[in-house]
Design a protein around this ligand. Structure first.
Ligand code: ATP
Length: 153
């Protein structure tokens, strides 16, 4: 189905903000509404995994950005200014049951499955995931929609 990402992200940001009482900023850098061919339910699940992590591992506002890269691929960024992930842990966080000790001491009570599930959903939807993080500064997850998502009905 074609999803209007501008509407989808506006609604998702509102829903998450109301459910968790956390400020979510949605910033679209697109000139027009962006449509993408994907599975809306699965995309929502993916987005909420990243929003939930941003909520758990930061205290400030969370930002969702919609943009295009230089290959004209659509990007969704989810950014937090939280505890971040150090560079040696970064490749491991998508593994099943992997949690960082420091994060565990924050008593957020997860089991380490969120990101491994996210990886599986992203693969099924043909979405590339990029994770950038600096310890003590924050984390940005990027969803990259390649050209296959552009086949408008
Ligand atoms: P759950 O099973 O409830 O999702 P979890 O959050 O521990 O638990 P993952 O979502 O798989 O599991 O994340 C794995 C680990 O990666 C986390 O324990 C945390 O240490 C780290 N992490 C994930 N997202 C962030 C983030 N936005 N900021 C800092 N650390 C993060």
């Amino acid at each position: 189905k074609d999803i209007d990402l501008t509407e989808f992200l506006t609604d998702s940001a509102k829903a998450f903000q109301n459910a968790y009482n956390r400020k979510i900023i949605f910033d679209s850098q697109m000139d027009t509404n962006a449509f993408i061919y994907s599975d809306e339910q699965k995309l929502k699940q993916l987005l909420f995994i990243f929003l939930d992590n941003a909520r758990k591992y930061s205290d400030e506002k969370i930002t969702i950005t919609l943009s295009l890269n230089n290959k004209e691929e659509t990007l969704i960024n989810i950014s937090d200014r939280g505890i971040g992930i150090n560079q040696t842990e970064l490749p491991k966080v998508f593994d099943r049951f992997y949690r960082i000790d420091k994060a565990r001491s924050r008593k957020t009570g997860g089991v380490g499955l969120g990101l491994s599930l996210a990886k599986e959903i992203a693969e099924a939807l043909d979405i590339d995931l990029q994770l950038q993080s600096v310890e003590g500064i924050g984390t940005t997850v990027t969803l990259v929609f390649n050209k296959n998502h552009k086949k408008l009905s």
